[in-house]
Write a protein of this length. Structure first.
Lengths: 265, 446
């Protein structure tokens, strides 16, 4: 387990006077399920945004991505779309779907980085464009089957229930076939049944599709049952890191979640 | 009991059982072709007619056979532009209409009440040219979400390129001027899209409007430098013609001087219609493939799009380039069709006209651009006819005293009505109508 896919060092993101992330370091092992937890406003999403290139961390930070079979890359040198092409995909806490488009279009957008049809080829609908379009559809067909989305294929995403929308967004990042999958609260606002389904899908991504999962989650119970490694943030600081069992016993973690007299003020 | 169950369950969206009518329709259309050919074109030899008839029959029969899906749709079948039998019927009917329309308009049929039949041919040609430009405009504004007012600037660019390539370098080589203006439009369009990388919405609108005025300045300078105040003449010796080595083609019967000049509504129709249809098909294909999906993604959420691996800046410039290329082409085509372009050919009013076309037709719908331009050109003709001929209406002096003002007022009123009650415009109405018809038909069958 000493083979990291992502290692980040001294990541600091500052908004005005607020340090959303304060010098956070850590590493994610290849093939593992890494969970990032913490109370509201702890800086979890900010850290993911810094890794995926949406925010620029303060100089001095390093985010190294180690794709299998290729040399390591410093993600901070790249723009978000280039990071996505390197094999890092992420979902959004409050959905990054295109609500007016149908499910098929949303999923096909996940194949954007794989099937390279140029605009003119697409416009002329050449044989090559047709071939690649078919390949994209066959690729998302697997995702559609895995996530049970078949019946919604032609429906506009905006008309579907929230749980299904979450599933579609998960399907879209699966279609990107990333090496590192970052999920920002994929189970927020879901019923218990839907959560169990989502856990099943995450396991499938990890085991069958060989993806490393970087999971942000609120629900301690879920994290403790599925994560290999847990990092806990509070007020932009890393307060603890280790196996789920260790975290459950850690005083600082308990304090952060249940509150102490000091933090209540 | 089973009928109730099957109607209550979710309809099988991916399985079709075409009706007998849907199977027969293409054959029926194919069967009509020889009659039209025989009745209307006396200057085509018998063997050409026979050959064309056989080709059309074979092609339509093959398509009808291949395109009728049985059971579960494959990915290839699901990807089609005309997926459902109803789509295919409409497409066939539209094709048929486009092929027959010029013959009807060219016939010496006179409708009752002095309906202006003769002027309609010109209007149809203008609708086709405008539909092409408006569809390209809609691709940029509606589909890619880049609010631009530089539209007319590219029509002017098309006229400039048409003037350089088709008038100054050659006399009437429109066939070279069209691709040249597409290339020029793409390059200048990408440059004019640069503000879109930093600006959005209203600010982008202002920046592109600035580009409009820069282009108007270029247009005036170009005119005065090379053509003086009379403007560019695209007709007469500058009319496009079919080269003599192509005169063997069917339907091309050289004039007295051995040339085949594109002049008159009928000949122009057969030039404009294919160009419009092909460029609209091109844009429809762009929209349903990889880069077109990226346009919509960038419009809806650019952060989310960039995390899918879409280079947002490149995607925006690409949208500007492809839209401007088609608009510039329509500008060249319009210049040659109308025959002359002067200093006052392009103005702010034209920008507004295209906005009206898009809003009335339906935002972010290429079909809407076609409906919108038909609305825009047909409506004034109807008004004119109503003012002059329609019982009671013709007696109101007020209407005939201020014709253009009344036209504008009614157009403006209709735009407000459509915006208030049907924001997705005529294209939305058409969709609703089709859905309603579909329900009616399904209901009558059950």
């Amino acid at each position: 387990m000493s083979d990291p896919i992502l290692s980040f060092d001294d990541v600091t993101v500052q908004f005005g006077g607020v340090r959303a992330c304060d010098s956070i370091s850590g590493r994610v092992d290849r093939g593992s399920l890494f969970a990032l937890i913490g109370p509201n406003g702890a800086g979890k999403t900010t850290l993911v945004n810094a890794i995926s290139g949406v925010y620029k961390p303060r100089p001095g930070a390093r985010v190294d991505f180690h794709p299998s079979g290729r040399p390591a890359e410093d993600l901070l040198a790249y723009r978000p779309f280039q990071i996505a092409r390197l094999g890092v995909a992420r979902t959004f806490q409050n959905l990054g779907l295109f609500m007016g488009e149908n499910v098929l279009t949303n999923l096909l957008l996940g194949r954007y980085i794989h099937e390279h049809t140029r605009l003119i080829q697409g416009g002329l609908f050449t044989q090559g464009a047709i071939k690649r379009e078919l390949a994209a559809r066959q690729a998302i067909e697997r995702v559609v089957e895995l996530l049970d989305l078949g019946e919604f294929k032609r429906d506009p995403v905006g008309d579907l229930p929230y749980g299904v929308q979450k599933r579609i967004e998960f399907g879209r990042v699966l279609a990107m076939e990333p090496e590192l999958l970052m999920l920002d609260e994929p189970m927020a606002g879901m019923s218990v049944d839907e959560k169990q389904d989502m856990i099943r899908y995450i396991y499938a991504a990890q085991d069958e599709l060989d993806m490393t999962v970087f999971l942000i989650e609120h629900d301690m119970g879920v994290v403790m049952s599925i994560a290999d490694h847990v990092m806990v943030l509070d007020f932009g600081q890393k307060i603890a890191e280790g196996t789920p069992a260790e975290m459950q016993r850690d005083e600082r973690v308990i304090a952060a979640y249940l509150g102490t007299e000091m933090s209540e003020t | 009991m089973t009928a109730v169950e099957s109607s209550a369950a979710r309809p099988e969206a991916h399985t079709y059982r075409p009706s007998a009518f849907q199977r027969i329709l293409p054959f029926a259309i194919a069967a009509v072709v020889p009659f039209i050919l025989g009745a209307t074109t006396s200057d085509v030899s018998f063997w050409w007619k026979a050959l064309i008839t056989v080709i059309v029959l074979v092609a339509v029969a093959r398509l009808a056979w291949k395109w009728t899906p049985r059971g579960e749709l494959t990915h290839r079948e699901d990807m089609r532009l005309w997926r459902t039998p109803s789509d295919r019927s409409w497409a066939a009917a539209t094709t048929f209409g486009l092929l027959v329309l010029p013959f009807i308009l060219a016939s010496d049929f006179t409708p009752p009440m002095d309906f202006p039949w003769a002027t309609w041919f010109a209007v149809v040609n203008l609708v086709l040219i405008f539909a092409m430009g408006a569809a390209a405009f809609n691709l940029l504004v509606g589909y890619s979400g880049q609010i631009s007012l530089a539209h007319v600037a590219f029509l002017a660019l098309g006229s400039i390129v048409g003037g350089i390539v088709g008038v100054q370098w050659s006399s009437g080589n429109m066939w070279l001027a069209l691709p040249a203006s597409a290339v020029a439009g793409a390059v200048v369009g990408a440059i004019s899209g640069l503000p879109a990388l930093r600006l959005k919405h209203l600010y982008l609108l202002l920046a592109t409007f600035g580009f409009h005025f820069v282009m108007m300045l270029v247009w005036r300078e170009y005119l005065q430098e090379y053509f003086g105040f009379v403007g560019i003449r695209f007709k007469g010796e500058n009319s496009p013609r079919i080269a003599s080595w192509l005169h063997w083609l069917p339907g091309i019967d050289p004039d007295q001087n051995g040339e085949f000049v594109i002049t008159g509504q009928f000949r122009w129709y057969w030039v404009i219609m294919p160009i419009t249809v092909l460029s609209i098909l091109f844009m429809v294909n762009v929209v349903r493939t990889r880069e077109g999906r990226a346009f919509a993604a960038v419009r809806d959420r650019d952060v989310s799009a960039s995390l899918l691996g879409i280079n947002v800046a490149r995607s925006k410039l690409l949208a500007f380039a492809v839209s401007s290329a088609v608009v510039a082409m329509s500008g060249t085509l319009a210049s040659f069709y109308i025959g002359s372009r002067g200093e006052d050919s392009f103005n702010v009013q034209t920008v507004l006209n295209y906005a009206i076309i898009i809003v009335v037709g339906g935002f972010s719908s290429i079909q809407g651009a076609i409906f919108g331009s038909a609305f825009f050109w047909f409506l004034p003709e109807w008004f004119k006819w109503a003012r002059e001929e329609l019982w009671l209406v013709r007696d109101i002096d007020f209407l005939s005293d201020y014709p253009s003002e009344i036209d504008l007022a009614i157009k403006g009123f209709l735009v407000v009505i459509i915006l208030m009650f049907k924001p997705d415009g005529l294209a939305g109405m058409w969709r609703d109508l089709k859905a309603w018809l579909g329900r009616k038909l399904a209901g009558s069958q059950a």
